[in-house]
Design a protein around this ligand. Structure first.
Ligand code: ZN
Ligand code: ZN
Ligand code: FE
Length: 760
């Protein structure tokens, strides 16, 4: 007989871990106990040596799908008292709580079966859940994760629910949000005037019927509201776009199931796996040839963001939608985040009714509070890799593991696409996507998120890390906290973020291809090769050719200004261009660039894409960041394999990549009447070749073959693929983040990574 104690660390509470251990131990005929404890789950088993070994093996391989094990400690113990059977003991709650809160999880298949079983007591109950699924992060106020600290605290369980909750063999044993029609939250449908149309299942049925009639609804979800309408109607979508003041940014759609997507979009088995998995992010998929989907869902690309239902409410909504739609119509819904342009997603009922009033006809509300905002995540899946476009629901608050334990720091991120990051022990907790801090509501959301994460992690940072840009609201916030502030250059942070994400040690060559960020020389960077030294400091070894950015930040919106700036640099026909674009005050702006007034110098790669997009007449003014580049990427003819030259000039201690040369080639081909699809392709390939060659020259000098990439431009898959080919050709490897987006959502991680190393 042996007796062994295990401590399992990681995301092991609230995910059905103890019932799993209970059943496992019973199955192997072992005695002992299992309990939650501050480090994770503690297990003591006693039995035959072989049975204990089998148990240990199953423990590390057969754990529940939502659990995430970071480590299992094991020790043989001696003891005298004999256990009577195997038991689940009361939780031990301590100050040093290290257990991770699980992200929100999509409805599991067991719950789905019950949801649509007319004989089940939770038939069509929109809040059904169990230990394997349901809300977690978005309903939890603090740790340890227990019903009392969730927004389910105000709902008292009925007798039957309590029995399930207390039965170790039940799927709902200690499922904190457990509830039913009798004791759980309630949904209702109301109109703009606040009149309640109906409550309960009937409310969802009415909502479906209104959607089928072409109405736009606000629907309370898991991490916030969605604005929804039928996705098969071009007119309704056009109306929604007008009301939301979102002319061209792609909208996401939701389908009831994978079968309903056939013929609309194409997907691989791998993509199907992510669509149907337990996280259910928005997955970017290629529109199928002759897909009947209206083109105004995503006017600038041939890709559509698609997701499948992830809450029981969604499932019930589709159940009724199919009942109300005639067979020739597609059971598909637009599901875009419930906010007005650049505001954060709404979570409160009153907030939604106030802010979305003029936008929707009806509100499908419920009384289970959302405690923290969390947008839908957006990913692309390619050859076993996940590329993040927005990391939020389903992925947070899962941490990124670091190589060792560090002191706690808070990093406050960038300004657009802000996230925050907290380091606790050997984990980096990067928050969900927060958004553009210049919006006052979003800035409040930023502060909320910092508070919330400090509460759910029970930490207090020793120092705060912020961008070098003095006017970022995040930087200003950091300066006001009365703590030590560590300032990190934006692109340095981009590279450090990828290093932290992928566990890569310095020294490395960093390739930052980005929109804009303040450089150490006071100019605006964004197309840089950095060398990160062993002590994590950096040197700038190469950059794109510096050009003027007429009007500063305005040039990121009126992207024709970048075209003008490049045209001036290459001695192109500016007058003809201005005549074509017909901008307001075109001549004034031309004067401004010529004299260098209010026109900061930039090496931004994002702005180079803007210039080319604008020269080709694809986009001249954009409504969201990256719009010019997205459209430029999309139109390229992938059959073309010729490229434009972009020379590399050696300069004191480094190189300048002459982006003027590639723009001149673009302009020349435009003059020859070459097709934009061909020009775009040649531009992508030429840029990639020159960037890879520059990295190669540096790699020869420093003897490092890995190139670490970071920055928003890496969301351009055509460029990434071309870069990877060019790097491989030169015996080098491009490394990109795999847990985070390469865009500014990753800045907070990079900042924190430098911060903890500086603190030592
Ligand atoms: Zn379930
Ligand atoms: Zn109940
Ligand atoms: Fe950036």
């Amino acid at each position: 007989m042996v007796r062994v104690r295990f401590v399992v660390r990681g995301q092991v509470q609230g995910v059905g871990f103890r019932p799993f251990v209970f059943r496992l131990a019973k199955g192997f005929g072992l005695t002992g106990y299992v309990k939650n404890h501050y480090e994770g789950v503690e297990i003591v088993v006693e039995g035959e040596g072989e049975a204990v070994e089998d148990f240990a093996c199953a423990l590390s391989t057969k754990y529940p799908p939502m659990a995430r094990i970071i480590g299992i400690e094991r020790e043989e113990i001696v003891g005298k008292d004999v256990f009577e059977g195997f038991t689940i003991e009361r939780s031990e709650i301590g100050e040093r709580h290290e257990v991770l809160i699980s992200p929100d999880i999509a409805t599991c298949t067991d719950c789905l079966k019950e949801l649509f079983d007319p004989g089940d007591r939770r038939f069509l109950f929109p809040f059904i859940n169990c230990t394997n699924c349901g809300p977690r992060f978005t309903i939890t106020r603090s740790i340890p994760y227990d019903r009392g600290v969730t927004s389910m605290a105000c709902f008292e369980m009925c007798g039957e629910c309590r029995e399930e909750y207390e039965d170790p063999l039940d799927r709902r044993f200690h499922a904190q949000p457990n509830c039913c029609h009798l004791c759980g939250p309630e949904v209702w449908l109301q109109d703009r005037k606040g009149r309640v149309i109906d409550r309960g299942v009937k409310a969802i049925e009415y909502a479906a019927s209104y959607l089928s009639q072409g109405k736009i609804l606000a629907i309370k979800g898991l991490g916030g509201f969605h604005i929804s309408c039928c996705a098969d109607s071009e007119e309704v979508i056009a109306l929604l776009r007008r009301l939301k003041m979102r002319p061209s940014k792609p909208l996401a759609i939701m389908a009831a199931c994978i079968e309903d997507l056939r013929g609309l979009v194409s997907f691989s088995d791998e993509e199907k796996g992510h669509l149907e998995g337990h996280i259910r992010p928005i997955v970017l998929l290629k529109r199928a040839p002759s897909s009947p989907l209206p083109s105004n869902i995503a006017p600038d690309t041939d890709e559509i963001g698609v997701m499948l239902p992830y809450t029981p409410l969604h499932h019930v909504l589709f159940y009724f939608l199919k009942k109300y739609l005639p067979p020739h119509r597609l059971p598909l819904l637009i599901m875009t985040s419930g906010n007005r342009a650049s505001e954060p997603i709404c979570i409160g009922n009153r907030e939604a009714v106030e802010r979305l009033e003029g936008l929707v006809s009806f509100f499908l509300l419920h009384n289970r509070d959302i405690l923290i905002r969390c947008d839908d995540s957006v990913v692309r899946v390619k050859k076993g890799r996940l590329f993040f476009y927005r990391r939020a629901r389903g992925f947070v608050p899962s941490p990124i593991s670091l190589s060792k334990r560090f002191p706690c720091v808070l990093a406050v991120g960038a300004e657009l696409k802000n996230t925050i990051c907290l380091i606790k022990g050997a984990h980096a907790f990067v928050s969900q996507y927060i958004g553009d801090l210049k919006n006052l509501n979003t800035y409040e959301y930023f502060q909320e998120t910092i508070q919330h994460y400090q509460k759910i992690l029970k930490v207090s940072p020793r120092a705060i890390c912020a961008d070098m840009h003095p006017d970022y609201l995040s930087t200003r916030f950091a300066m006001e906290q009365g703590k030590e502030v560590i300032r990190v250059q934006h692109h340095h942070a981009h590279i450090l973020a990828t290093m932290a994400d992928r566990g890569i040690e310095a020294p490395v060559i960093g390739l930052a291809l980005d929109g804009v960020g303040l450089g150490t020389d006071g100019t605006v960077w964004g197309g840089e090769v950095l060398f990160v030294e062993k002590d994590l400091s950096f040197k700038r070894l190469a950059h794109l050719y510096p050009v003027r950015m007429p009007g500063g930040d305005v040039a990121s919106v009126e992207i024709w200004r970048m075209a003008l700036s490049y045209l001036l640099e290459i001695g192109g026909d500016v007058d003809k261009f201005i005549h074509e674009v017909q901008p307001r005050r075109g001549d004034v702006i031309l004067e401004m660039v010529r004299k260098g007034v209010n026109s900061p110098i930039t090496t931004s790669c994002g702005r180079l894409f803007d210039a080319v997009s604008s020269l080709l007449g694809i986009k001249r003014v954009v409504t969201y960041e990256g719009e010019g580049a997205v459209a430029l990427e999309h139109i390229q003819d992938r059959g073309v394999d010729s490229s434009y030259p972009m020379g590399i000039c050696a300069q004191s201690g480094g190189y300048v990549m002459d982006s003027r040369e590639i723009v001149a080639a673009v302009v020349e081909d435009i003059g020859k009447g070459e097709k934009p699809s061909v020009i775009s392709r040649r531009f992508h390939l030429g840029l990639a070749a020159s960037l890879a060659q520059t990295a190669y020259l540096i790699s020869r000098d420093v003897g490092i073959k890995k190139v670490v990439g970071g920055g928003g431009v890496f969301q351009n898959m055509a460029l990434v693929e071309a870069l990877e080919r060019e790097m491989t050709k030169r015996g080098m490897e491009l490394v990109l983040p795999s847990h985070l987006s390469p865009n500014d959502e990753s800045i907070s991680l990079g900042q924190a990574y430098l911060g903890v190393h500086r603190l030592g």
